[in-house]
Design a protein around this ligand. Sequence first.
Ligand code: ADP
Ligand code: MG
Length: 388
Amino acid sequence: MWELMAIPVLTSAAALWFGRNTSSEEHRIVQQTFEHYHIHVKDGKNNRYPQLVREYKSTKRIKLIYRTPLALEEKTLRTLQQVLSVTLDQEVNVSFKKWLIIEILKNKMPSYVSYGEVPYRKGWMVPLGKNRQGWHFHHFDHTPHTTISGTTRFGKTVMMKVMMTYLIEHHPWDAQFVIIDLKGGLEFNRYQNLQQVKRIASDPIEALYALKQVQKNMKERMDRFKRQGWSNIVDTPLSQRLFVLIDEAAQLTPEKFMEKEEKKTLAQCQSILSEIARLGGALGVRLVYGTQYPTSNVLNGSIKQNADLKVSFRLGSDYASKVAIDAYGAETLPSDIKGRALIKTHEVKEVQVPYLNHEEIWKRIGGYEVAKQTVVPNETGEDYVRLG
Ligand SMILES: Nc1ncnc2c1ncn2[C@@H]1O[C@H](COP(=O)(O)OP(=O)(O)O)[C@@H](O)[C@H]1O
Ligand SMILES: [Mg+2]
């Protein structure tokens, strides 16, 4: 039987079993792992370790094949895989089929990827990022709402701009945006004249007006859906989608110290946001909700419940990570890499979000700039393209 032995050092007898000498650094590390985790069988007084019988190397992978006197149990294989992936900082697959097969994939987790590398995808997709396995995309027609959390300066706004740019590039006639940029409009104001951008709100009063417009638009859609007997936009001939991007959503949280009026405005914003989260998906409204501190009063229940994609950049604590993505891990993302995020759907994946700056955005979508009239906020104003 394979046993866990408390003999930490390699005996000279066991050394014989390591078999042929090889200069491979990976093999050396695998051997050390066998020793440290006591992966051997006892043969009289000796410990018999797996013996390397073949080593294949290519530019993409290294495959090490070991002979073992007995099969290894599943738990040992998983431990080996986990320890080796972390030690080598590479993707490692460990399996047992007559031989113990250890495959080390050489592609590294990228620490930077540029938007220019993002491949084309059809449909309402946006790139989330790249990792060792390749690119990961989000499909807005499958999962309408998403939350993006993370400590400031790690990449939330850049990710929203990536989404906006990709959607406009691929759906110039069908993507519409309402952007609530509560950093006073600093990040998104320059895109206000894009044909696809219906409105940019840069303070809570403008936000409330913009959200009321979305609510009104939803109501019209709802009536039309009822008339036509439709239940979800994805099953209709309607090709437009309305994206509501909210950057720094914590600014919409009512606080104790605020004046009564301000609190009321913010409470109304929250209530419309909940309504969008609950009903908007089926009607073609997609919510992207970005916030630094994902405490439960900022990330209100119905938004969180209805956002089946949760993204988080680095966060300060495991508690914050749990609130943001229902899982620990955002607190251990590297502190020296911008744009590194966890994406959580049914499982959690780590990705490097593509980067693009304003010049690049403008090069790609600046051509959609049109002359717009400033619309004075009033309750009856209608400046949306109607569905049709
Ligand atoms: N995906 C990325 N790849 C590389 N650098 C990034 C990425 N995202 C953000 N950065 C860098 O980090 C800075 C802050 O990003 P930003 O999106 O403004 O952060 P946040 O909105 O979370 O405060 C950017 O100006 C850029 O220099
Ligand atoms: Mg930001």
